[in-house]
Design a binder for this molecule. Structure first.
Ligand SMILES: Cc1cc2nc3c(=O)[nH]c(=O)nc-3n(C[C@H](O)[C@H](O)[C@H](O)COP(=O)(O)O)c2cc1C
Length: 152
């Protein structure tokens, strides 16, 4: 059975909700999945899994979610050659069209620099600020994770 870790950073709960949908999709695809808040894990844990999935919302004007910064910095020193990886996150496309979900791009770039191979297209989910995550988005994320699971 393939193993995966989902690491998320979330300020108001949207990314955490999406991480649960990723977990559900991976489980449906028979992946042994561990979900961790980025505040409760470290980059040294990543090497223990076949697939690494990072999720961050975007704040400021295109920044990572606050809790993600220390983890992101430490990732620069990690080698993930041959590991499969994927990235996801919510953002507000209507309010921030020029910086929509750019944290997702940032995470994908860093994972690629570490030698990981992207196993799914990055997933950007529009969430109107303050509105949380709707059912349609949850289903989209779950379906994405199931497709990812089948590629592991
Ligand atoms: C002050 C502020 C800045 C934001 N900046 C961006 C941004 O640059 N790009 C983007 O796509 N979304 C932006 N958003 C929207 C958040 O990413 C969105 O609300 C997201 O669902 C929050 O997820 P979280 O609760 O998991 O942190 C911003 C929201 C606020 C309130």
């Amino acid at each position: 059975m393939a193993t995966a870790i989902v690491v998320f950073g979330s300020t108001t709960g949207s990314t955490e909700t999406l991480a649960s949908s990723v977990e559900a999709g991976l489980k449906e695809g028979s992946v042994n999945v561990t979900v961790k808040n980025v505040t409760q894990t470290g980059v040294e844990e990543l090497g223990s899994y076949d697939c690494i999935i990072l999720g961050s919302s975007t704040w400021g004007l295109g920044d990572l979610q606050d809790d993600f910064f220390p983890f992101y910095e430490k990732l620069a020193d990690v080698t993930l050659h041959g590991k499969k990886a994927a990235v996801f996150g919510p953002g507000d496309e209507e309010s921030f069209p020029d910086n929509f979900c750019t944290a997702v791009d940032t995470l994908e770039e860093r994972l690629t620099e570490c030698g990981a191979v992207m196993a799914a297209s990055k997933l950007k989910i529009h969430t109107a600020t303050g509105a949380g995550v709707d059912e349609e988005a949850k289903e989209e994320v779950k379906a994405w994770a199931l497709t990812l699971a089948k590629s592991l």
